[in-house]
Design a protein around this ligand. Structure first.
Ligand code: G3P
Ligand code: CA
Length: 245
């Protein structure tokens, strides 16, 4: 069965990477959420996609130059006019705390492929263990050295490489780094390669799948998951395709 991850939360409707977007995704019935983490000036793990706060908040500057307190003052919801209440940048701790109240799965993407963020893996793992959430977390990154490091520290937590380009025989690569799954960019992979990956026992969770036609195809092919900005549309398509079988 294909499960549905809400990319940056229910981000087609709510401000990306905010508690509101995660909570609404869970409310609508998504199986999982995907989120991005960076490190603040005072070493806190915070949930935001870019290295800078400029695009998604009303602030300016690098996340690494702002303390958690300073980051919390910003509004990550200001671009969505329909959202009138201030939406703070969540800390990873806040998300994990919330996860103890539900069953949601969480794909934590370590955004350490631009800035190195010394010690990020240890901080994330320590927190995941503290909340006993190892079985409901998948750590992914474009920085594959970082996910291998994560696996070495915490083999109980699943890792998955983000693959932006078509790697040759991705299942062989995944096995070589002890990843049980891959997160391929959907448009970069031919469907027969994704099929062979599944047949070789490696889970496939393509991103970012927002078109109905693409969703349909992936549900039909038995993709392990899809990562989408629109979990509500995905649920509708999934329901329809299961009715059709
Ligand atoms: O997890 C897949 C996807 O989130 C990777 O790209 O830029 O949306 O973080 P991006
Ligand atoms: Ca991401």
């Amino acid at each position: 069965m294909t499960i549905i991850f809400a990319h940056r939360g229910y981000s087609v409707k709510y401000p990306e990477n905010t508690m509101l977007a995660f909570q609404e995704a869970a409310k609508e019935g998504a199986d999982g959420i995907e989120l991005d983490v960076q490190l603040s000036k005072d070493g806190e793990v915070v949930v935001i996609h870019d290295e800078k706060v400029n695009r998604t908040t009303n602030g300016k500057g690098y996340v690494k130059d702002l303390t958690l307190e300073e980051l919390r003052k910003l509004d990550a919801g200001h671009l969505m006019k329909s959202i009138t209440k201030k939406q703070p940048i969540p800390s990873l701790r806040e998300v994990l705390e919330w996860m103890t109240t539900n069953e949601i799965i969480c794909n934590i993407e370590l955004k350490n492929n631009v800035l190195p963020y010394e010690g990020m893996e240890e901080k994330v793992i320590q927190m995941v263990r503290e909340y006993h959430l190892s079985k409901r977390i998948i750590i992914s990154s474009f920085n594959h050295y970082s996910i291998v490091k994560s696996y070495r520290i915490a083999p109980e937590i699943e890792i998955a490489p983000l693959l932006g380009n078509a790697v040759y025989m991705p299942w062989v690569y995944a096995q070589s780094i002890r990843a049980k799954g891959i997160h391929p960019k959907y448009t970069a992979y031919r469907s027969d390669i994704l099929q062979s990956t599944l047949e070789n026992g490696i889970e496939v969770r393509p991103y970012t799948v927002n078109k109905e036609k693409d969703m349909e195809k992936l549900f039909e092919k038995g993709s392990s998951a899809i990562i989408t900005d629109d979990p509500v549309l995905a649920l509708k398509v999934k329901h329809k395709s299961s009715l059709g079988k």
